[in-house]
Design a protein around this ligand. Structure first.
Ligand code: KDG
Ligand code: MG
Length: 402
């Protein structure tokens, strides 16, 4: 089953996506998501100029061998560009394997371990009142878990507050926008937000919050303690996690569950966090973590330490990545939750997906492979546009983590 063709396709149906398409000599086509928000062309070049030519003539069935040849064969290891490129190829090869065996990918990863994949939706608003109303709409729509972000008194540009109703999309065409952040109003406001949400919706729905890498360990511990009365499902990315031992300080002070990992790429980025049980959920996603082959390894390692999976699933990853996450999280034993944001309408013209939302869960049918049909002709109607994530500064003008 030799690989005959491999290419990347860039498209912008509402936002940018990079897709890898691999075809075998017997006509099986697999697709993988290679989107790295704001740095899309770097991954496309890594693939087109350096990696895809190496695939031609290889046996598409040898996924494990191809993975190691790409990871070890480059000499330069790890990092978001490398691991996203490997992730997309790996995804496409699992898609091919499923299609050639006429079975969904989850059957190749161990088979169904649950009926559906519980997701959390994104509620947000410019004020606490608006955010409480937004949570109510998700609850009415049947969601069992909701992430809540909000504008707060004294915090004019909060992270995670959308311009539309249900969508949040931070990337801006042309130039990065500037946001400001100061921890004082944030730390005072977030507990008030969750007090108001619990008062309005009660205790039957799981609530989540993303601090988006903005606090220092002491501030994060303070927030974790202040949120304990509202029993969050998790507090996400309380600190930038390059310094993994800083999580010890947070853990010593609070029992609010912690989720980290959306910017990680390999097992080595989270080994200490997991083995010291400094987190409860690992947020790594298929596309950015070397694909299903490597993420399975991370999940099995995490299972030993009571850490659960919770794949990053924003709209800046394509529906192919979400499908891959669903296959993975349908099959993995230590599943936690899946992030779900609706993709822009236009994206569904380009990516025809086989998953659907029902009772707060995403479900997969028995379509072979990943179950996504990629329409390359429609993709060509929406050319790539350069876009950037925002940059954050403090009130005094100094750069802060966005
Ligand atoms: O591209 C950056 C986004 O994916 C990120 O800001 C979203 O933090 C995020 C989340 O939890 O979805
Ligand atoms: Mg996040």
């Amino acid at each position: 089953m030799k690989i005959e063709k491999a290419r990347t396709v860039l498209t912008c149906p509402g936002r940018n996506f990079v897709t890898v398409v691999i075809e075998t000599e017997d006509g099986v086509r697999g697709v993988g998501d290679a989107t790295l928000n704001g740095r899309e062309l770097a991954v496309a070049s890594y693939l087109d100029d350096h990696v895809l030519p190496l695939l031609i003539g290889l046996d598409a069935r040898s996924i494990e061998d191809i993975w190691h040849s790409l990871y070890k064969g480059a000499y330069w290891r790890r990092g978001p560009v490398t691991m996203t490129a490997i992730g997309a190829i790996d995804m496409a090869l699992w898609d091919i394997k499923g299609k050639s065996l006429d079975t969904p990918v989850f059957n190749l990863l161990g088979g169904r371990a649950r009926d559906g994949v519980t997701v959390y939706g994104h509620a947000n608003g410019a004020t606490i009142d608006e955010s409480v109303e937004a949570v109510g709409r998700y609850v009415e729509a049947g969601y069992k878990a909701v992430r809540v972000q909000s504008g707060l008194p004294g915090l004019t540009q909060p992270y995670g507050v959308g311009r539309g109703d249900l969508c949040y999309e931070p990337a801006e065409i042309d130039r990065p926008i500037l946001e400001t952040f100061d921890s004082g109003p944030y730390l005072r406001g977030v507990p008030k937000l969750f007090e108001a949400v619990r008062a309005a919706i009660g205790w039957d729905v799981d609530l989540l919050h993303d601090a988006h890498h903005r606090l220092n360990p002491r501030e994060a511990a303070q927030l974790g303690v202040a949120l304990e009365p509202y029993q969050l499902f998790w507090l996400e990315d309380p600190v930038p996690a390059e310094l993994q031992e800083s999580l010890r300080l947070i853990r010593q002070h609070t029992v609010t569950p912690i989720a980290i990992g959306e910017v990680f790429n390999t097992l080595y980025d989270c080994q200490q966090l997991i083995s010291e049980q400094l987190i409860d959920y690992i947020r790594m996603t298929v596309a950015h973590s070397g694909g299903l082959t490597h993420l399975q390894r991370i999940a099995h390692f995490a299972e030993l330490y009571h850490v659960r999976t919770a794949c990053h699933g924003p709209t800046d990853l394509s529906p192919i990545n979400l499908a891959a996450c669903l296959h993975f999280q349908t099959a993995i034993h230590n599943f936690g939750i899946q992030e779900y944001m609706r993709h822009p309408e236009l994206a569904t013209e380009v990516f025809d997906v086989g998953y659907w939302l029902e009772d707060g869960m995403l479900h997969l049918d028995e379509r072979p492979g990943l179950g996504v049909t990629f329409n390359e002709e429609r993709a060509a109607d929406y050319p790539y546009c350069r876009a950037y994530l925002p940059v954050a500064r403090r009130g005094d003008g100094g750069v802060h983590s966005w």
